[in-house]
Write a protein that binds this ligand. Structure first.
Ligand code: PMV
Length: 340
């Protein structure tokens, strides 16, 4: 049996839009921080006698659509390994699934690492990142520890994530809504590309934002980093909001978190909000400021304290031995209970 752990990442410069849906090549590069909270733990066991794959998701047989997506990914791994064997996959998420907190990133990064190991593939970091990309675009970056730059690339070989240098950043994850999002990012990305008049502007400005972010990180310029974080996220949501039929992920509670981050800035703290494809919001800051930002947000938001989760840079997807994971799973369950 092979077991792997991966953590979600939150993009500081977002990926939104594919230029090749089959190879999962993004319209632009993106940049993220892999977190140390909400791990996904995934087991993969090769069963030479099985006629199909068995997929268990959070202790239950996976829904047909989830199972089909995972089996499609496993077909890619089987092709790489020149194998026809089926597997049993047992995967546990601790981030609220489908709530715009990158459960697909940790999910497919963990699956890529565990499946590659189970099928005996010896992949380096770049190859594992490319494989994870085929499952979910954002998973490309969860293979990397800490800050990751995903190069858009022009083909399968050139579209991968690698570490990028910058100051130590952390964030406060504000869970305003643990329910699933109404429209999947896959569907919404397609609709944005096809119907939003702002999509081309989004692609152009994100390429510029990415270059500016790499420079701001290298120069340790927190104001530039934060302004890019917040405005790039809002530009993504603006492009999405212009879809027809319309899609809107941010709720009044999400907007309240953006307001709270602005209030912290007015008080002299470098805190900047961002949100993926869901209502939940993260507030990015220097790693050393995470606790004070969390306290400041708690004072300004009408939310239970356990909805504000302090997060720091975390490890990339990796295979672990069973003893380590038994412990990791216990910790993960505690985190999930706290987040409820
Ligand atoms: O998780 P995916 O691969 O379907 O894409 C999600 C994209 C965002 O989370 C909204 C942005 C990003 O760069 O992670």
């Amino acid at each position: 049996m092979s077991r792997a752990v991966a953590h979600p990442n939150i993009a500081l410069i977002k990926y939104w839009g594919k230029r090749d849906e089959q190879l999962m090549l993004p319209a632009t590069g993106s940049l993220s921080l892999t977190l140390d909270v909400f791990p996904t733990v995934t087991d993969v066991i090769v069963d030479d006698d099985a006629g199909t794959d068995t997929i268990v998701f959070d202790g239950m047989p996976a829904a047909a659509s989830v199972a089909a997506r995972i089996t499609g990914f496993l077909d890619i791994v089987r092709k790489m390994a020149a194998s026809t064997a089926h597997v049993r996959v047992d995967t546990r998420n601790t981030v609220p699934t489908g709530a715009g907190l990158a459960s697909s990133a940790s999910g497919f990064a963990a699956l890529a690492a565990a499946a590659a190991d189970a099928y005996g593939l010896d992949l380096d970091g770049r190859a594992l990142s490319r494989l994870a990309r085929r499952g979910s675009g954002s998973a490309t970056r969860s293979v990397v520890s800490g800050m990751a730059l995903w190069h858009a690339g022009v083909d399968d070989a050139s579209s991968f994530a690698e570490p990028v240098v910058g100051p130590d950043l952390g964030m406060v994850v504000v869970i305003v809504d643990g329910a699933g999002k109404a429209v999947s990012s896959r569907v919404a990305m397609r609709l944005t590309r096809d119907t939003s008049p702002y999509f081309d502007a989004w692609v152009r400005s994100t390429s510029d934002d990415l270059d500016a972010m790499v420079a701001a990180l290298a120069g340790d310029d927190m104001t530039a980093i934060g302004e890019l974080v917040e405005s790039n996220a809002l530009r993504m949501h603006a492009a999405i909001a212009a879809c027809r039929p319309p899609i809107r992920y941010l709720t009044p509670r999400s907007v309240a978190v953006f307001d709270a981050a602005a209030a912290l800035r007015a008080d002299g703290l470098a805190a900047y909000a961002s949100a993926d494809a869901g209502a939940n919001v993260v507030v990015v800051c220097r790693d050393a400021d995470v606790d004070v930002v969390r306290a400041g947000l708690a004072a300004r938001l009408d939310l239970p304290a356990d909805r504000l989760v302090a997060a720091h840079a975390g490890p990339g997807a990796h295979v672990v031995d069973r003893a380590t994971v038994a412990d990791g799973t216990r910790r993960a369950c505690t985190t999930e209970e706290e987040a409820e």
